[in-house]
Design a binder for this molecule. Sequence first.
Ligand code: C2E
Ligand code: MG
Ligand code: MG
Ligand code: MG
Length: 283
Amino acid sequence: QAKEAGRDKMKVFNRRMLDKAMHAMKLESDLRAGILNNELYLDYQPIYSLESKEVIGFEALLRWLHPERGLVMPSEFILMAEESGLIFELGNWVISEACREIKGWITKYENAADLAVSINISGRQFSQTSLVDNILSTLKQLDLPPKNLKIEITETAIMERAGQAVEMLSKLQSAGVLVSIDDFGTGYSSMSNLQEFPLDQLKIDITFIRRITKSPENIEIVKAIINLAHNLGLYVVAEGVETEQQETILRNMGCEFGQGYLFSKPMTVAEVEAFLKGNNSLY
Ligand code: C2E
Ligand code: MG
Ligand code: MG
Ligand code: MG
């Protein structure tokens, strides 16, 4: 009896592992097909000046409309794309798609001239040195001013490739592309390392913004991050601002920009265009 139960458990265990592996393999081949079948698209979340309440840019966020599963979020497939190497193809698609879109907005809408579109660059993508030439040649091809493009890269991705990171980032920065650290505070960089890297902006991770209204200590931590960034000559963006209380605290601490559901959820391209046709202001 006991032996049998043990065997059954083993069966279930193996079955589950097999299911998982099959699921992962299917997801990968689905993504491969999805790229070819245009199932991927970008949503754009506005980034606001906390002072003027004007939109200063958008973050491009990847979406996958799977034919059977419906909408699949990046948290469900970016890691797999990194592990399988599909991230290179995917990443290049994001670069050209986002650049093409912002170029169109600039051409159509006068108030879009100074907007920057941010794209997320994953760690593995950043290990490919051709990334820089890729970005720069896309800009050239589209005749898109570099200041209209911002790249977001996590501190972990930078630190893991510290050697080449300095060179890659300074090449981008000296061409006029804006460089932002993403999810700051979650990685393993020490604050003193930051100054080695050519950066324009620091984005504070959502977890710090969430905690900001919970205790005075948390406010102090965010204050320290903002001061550090300013001392290094960086602008600060707060990620995941959801309440007016958070917004007020951040503005009072001198945080320049905010992004989050309080202002706007990620928008479809149609929504962005409708917005730009209006007056590009929250109020
Ligand atoms: P991220 O770069 O930190 O992007 C911000 C995430 O926070 C987005 O999730 C956004 O929808 C979400 N968010 C914005 N405001 C709020 C808020 O007020 N509250 C809450 N709870 N969430 C908010 P999303 O779109 O699911 O993307 C998740 C992550 O996937 C991104 O985090 C980024 O690391 C990655 N990702 C997205 N698009 C791309 C891409 O094109 N390439 C790469 N390599 N990674 C991407
Ligand atoms: Mg980001
Ligand atoms: Mg982020
Ligand atoms: Mg984040």
